[in-house]
Design a binder for this molecule. Structure first.
Ligand SMILES: [Fe+2]
Ligand SMILES: [Fe+2]
Length: 368
C-alpha cells in the first residue's frame, strides 16, 4: 500500500475526507442526537427487537455512515472493497476452518483454556453475520457501549480519532504515516463483535470468552482480517488495538494475538509479514500506525464507566417513572434509550446537569 507524502496528503481527497469526517459527520451525529425525536410509548419499546431498535436509531445509522464513509476513503482499492464488504456483512468466514485442529493447536501453544471444547462462538452460517454490523453492542453487557448500535458509535469515534491523530502527527511531527494501516486498522479492529456479542433472549448479549489472554473478539477479528487477505501492515496495526508493543510484555501479548489469529486463519505469521523473522517481535522497525490504532481505541476508558453509571440511572428511572421491574423489560428500556441517545451523551447530561435533566432527556424518546 503506497504511503502518502505530507504534500500529497494535504492536497488529496483524504484531507477533505478528514475535514468532512470531523466537521460534518461527527457534528451531524451530535445534531441528530440532540434533535427532537419521535417518542415511543414504553409498551412499544418492550416489543421491539434489538436489531429493530438499532435500525430506527438515527444516531446509530449516522455513526454507521461515518464508518462507511471512512472506509470509502481508504487508498488501496482491495482493502477498500474488503473493508466495505466486512461492514456490510461481518460474516465469520474463519469458522469454515477445521475447529478441532485449530483448538488442538491453540491448546498446545497455551492460547486457550485446556478445558475448552470449541474455539468459535455459535455459528449458523459462516457466510452470514448473525446480525448487522450496526446493531451490535460495543462490548459486553456490563462494559462500554452496551446497547444496540453501540459498536458503531464506539467505532465511529475511534475512526475520527485515528484520522485526527494521523493528521496531528503529520502537522506537529512531520510524520508520514500509512493512512490505510492507521484508519483501516481502526475500522476493522472490532469487526467480530456482532458475532461474539450476539443479542440473546432477554435483551442482553452473549458473554465473551478469553482467547490468548484477551477478549476473544480481538483475536477472532485479527484472524478474519488475515483470512480476508487484508494487507499485513494493516493487520499488525489492528492487532495493537488492545496493547502496544513499546514494552517486552506488551509486545509479547500482541505477538501472541497474531500467532493465535494465524493458527485460526491457517497462515504462517512470519511468511505473511505479520511478525519479524525471529517470530518474537512485530516486523522491525516497529511501525507507528499500531500506536495510532491503540490510542484511538481509548474511548473505552471513560465510556465503560459512563455506560455502567448510565445503565444504573436508567434502571432507577425505569422503576420510578415508568413502573418497570422485570429484568428483561429493564434491558429493553435501557437498550432503546441508549441506542437513541447514546450512553455517553446521557452520562454527559447526568454528570453536568443532574437527574432531572437526565429524566427529561429520556422522556424525549419514551413516554409512559
Ligand atoms: Fe476490541
Ligand atoms: Fe474497540
Amino acid at each position: 500500500m503506497p504511503e502518502i507524502s505530507r504534500r500529497h496528503f494535504l492536497s488529496s481527497s483524504a484531507l477533505l475526507a478528514i475535514g468532512g469526517g470531523l466537521c460534518a459527520s461527527t457534528f451531524n451525529i451530535e445534531a441528530l442526537a440532540a434533535a427532537p425525536k419521535t417518542q415511543h410509548a414504553v409498551a412499544d419499546v418492550l416489543s421491539m427487537s434489538d436489531v429493530q431498535i438499532a435500525k430506527e436509531s438515527v444516531v446509530v445509522q449516522a455513526a454507521y455512515r461515518v464508518i462507511v464513509d471512512a472506509a470509502k476513503q481508504l487508498h488501496d482499492s482491495a482493502l477498500r472493497s474488503t473493508t466495505l464488504a466486512i461492514l456490510e456483512n461481518p460474516a465469520p468466514t474463519i469458522a469454515k476452518g477445521n475447529e478441532k485442529e485449530i483448538l488442538a493447536r491453540l491448546q498446545k501453544e497455551g492460547f486457550i483454556d485446556p478445558a475448552r471444547k470449541e474455539v468459535f462462538p455459535p455459528v449458523k452460517n459462516p457466510e452470514q453475520s448473525p446480525q448487522p454490523f450496526w446493531s451490535a453492542p460495543g462490548s459486553g453487557y456490563a462494559s462500554h457501549h452496551a446497547y444496540p448500535g453501540g459498536l458503531v458509535t464506539h467505532t465511529a469515534l475511534n475512526v475520527v480519532s485515528a484520522q485526527a491523530l494521523v493528521k496531528n502527527y503529520m502537522d506537529v511531527n512531520g510524520l508520514t504515516l500509512d493512512y490505510d494501516a492507521a484508519v483501516g486498522g481502526e475500522i476493522l479492529h472490532d469487526l467480530h463483535k456482532p458475532w461474539v456479542f450476539a443479542w440473546q433472549d432477554g435483551h442482553s448479549c452473549r458473554k465473551e470468552l478469553q482467547l490468548a489472554a484477551t477478549g476473544e473478539h480481538h483475536v477472532l477479528s485479527i484472524a478474519e482480517s488475515i483470512a480476508r487477505k487484508v494487507p499485513s501492515q494493516v493487520v499488525v496495526a489492528q492487532a495493537c488495538a488492545h496493547e502496544h508493543p513499546a514494552t517486552p510484555a506488551g509486545e509479547k501479548l500482541v505477538v501472541g494475538w497474531i500467532k493465535a489469529a494465524s493458527i485460526i486463519a491457517g497462515v504462517d505469521p512470519i511468511k505473511s509479514g505479520l511478525l519479524d523473522k525471529s517470530g518474537n517481535t512485530l516486523p522491525l522497525p516497529r511501525r507507528i500506525e499500531g500506536w495510532v490504532v491503540h490510542l484511538a481505541d481509548h474511548d473505552f476508558v471513560i465510556s465503560s464507566s459512563a455506560c455502567q453509571w448510565t445503565a444504573a440511572a436508567l434502571v432507577k428511572l425505569a422503576k420510578e417513572n415508568y413502573e418497570l421491574s422485570d429484568a428483561q423489560q429493564l434491558n429493553s428500556f435501557r437498550n432503546y434509550v441508549m441506542s437513541n441517545l447514546t450512553a455517553m451523551r446521557l452520562y454527559g447530561i447526568l454528570s453536568s446537569q443532574g437527574e432531572k435533566a437526565f429524566a427529561s432527556e429520556v422522556a424525549r424518546v419514551v413516554k409512559k
